[in-house]
Design a protein around this ligand. Structure first.
Ligand SMILES: O=C(CO)COP(=O)(O)O
Length: 248
């Protein structure tokens, strides 16, 4: 099927100028598997700086953006600005945006639509809470979140990576088992085949995120429908190199 493995590092609100410089130095040394696409999600204030020091083999993502190009939206950044400083990616719909900042499916969809229209590639995040999983609602939730994105994505699926991040696994050290992650990824793919197209289902890359480390990455990467990771805490550490190289 030829889905290129794609590993994202989501630094969240971490790092200072020295630490981000050190992380880039570590990534430059790698060595990073050249068959893997690497995208690092950087705090907005360091985007231009990081973009100016990364090697071309590493792509840079914003962690959020607003849904219009410019205007009276104090504190926000637009896809046009992200493109203007040379970055081509944005992470949208992260569970921290959804839960802490109250972003609902509709707003996430509007942001995704605007980012894609402006030529950004999007890592779109979905995932259920522990309560939803325990109530047997995992599929219902991730299908609903994905459904909201379908009209926003339109024919731009080639510029979208889905990141399945069960909320209960984020920052908790409680990774989904490879079977749990594989099951959701496979259901998502069947849902996409039914509700979008067989082509999109076969070609879209689905990352797993939630307490991924060098210790568990290989086993997760071996699953048929896991096409990469979105890594939080471990993306700030040298072990991110091993996570990138997990399919080797
Ligand atoms: O939210 C995540 C990536 O977007 C996952 O975070 P952790 O890897 O720290 O659990």
């Amino acid at each position: 099927m030829g889905r290129k493995f794609v590993v994202g590092g989501n630094w969240k609100m971490n790092g200072d100028k020295k630490q981000v410089t050190d992380i880039i130095e570590t990534l430059k040394k790698g060595p990073l598997d050249p068959n893997v696409e690497v995208v690092i999600g950087v705090p907005a204030i360091y985007l231009a700086y990081v973009q100016s020091i990364v090697p071309p083999s590493i792509e840079v993502a914003a962690q959020n953006c607003w849904k219009v190009a410019k205007g009276a939206f104090t504190g926000e950044i637009s896809p046009a600005m992200i493109k203007d400083i040379g970055s081509n990616w944005v992470i949208l719909g992260h569970s921290e945006r959804r839960t802490i900042f109250g972003e609902k499916d509709d707003l996430v969809a509007e942001k995704v639509a605007h980012a894609l229209e402006n030529g950004l590639k999007v890592i779109a995040c979905i995932g259920e809470t522990l309560e939803e999983r325990e109530a047997g609602k995992t599929e219902e939730v991730v299908f609903r979140q994905t459904q909201a994105l379908v009209p926003a994505i339109g024919s731009n699926w080639g510029n979208v990576v889905l990141a399945y991040e069960p909320v209960w696994a984020i920052g908790t050290g409680k990774t989904a088992t490879p079977q749990q992650a594989q099951d959701v990824h496979a259901s998502l793919r069947s849902w996409l085949a039914k509700n979008v197209s067989a082509d999109v289902a076969a070609s879209v890359r689905i990352q797993y995120g939630g307490s991924v480390t060098a210790a568990n990455a290989k086993e997760l990467a071996a699953c048929a429908d896991i096409d990469g990771f979105l890594v939080g805490g471990a993306s700030l550490k040298p072990e991110f190199v091993d996570i990138v190289n997990a399919t080797k």
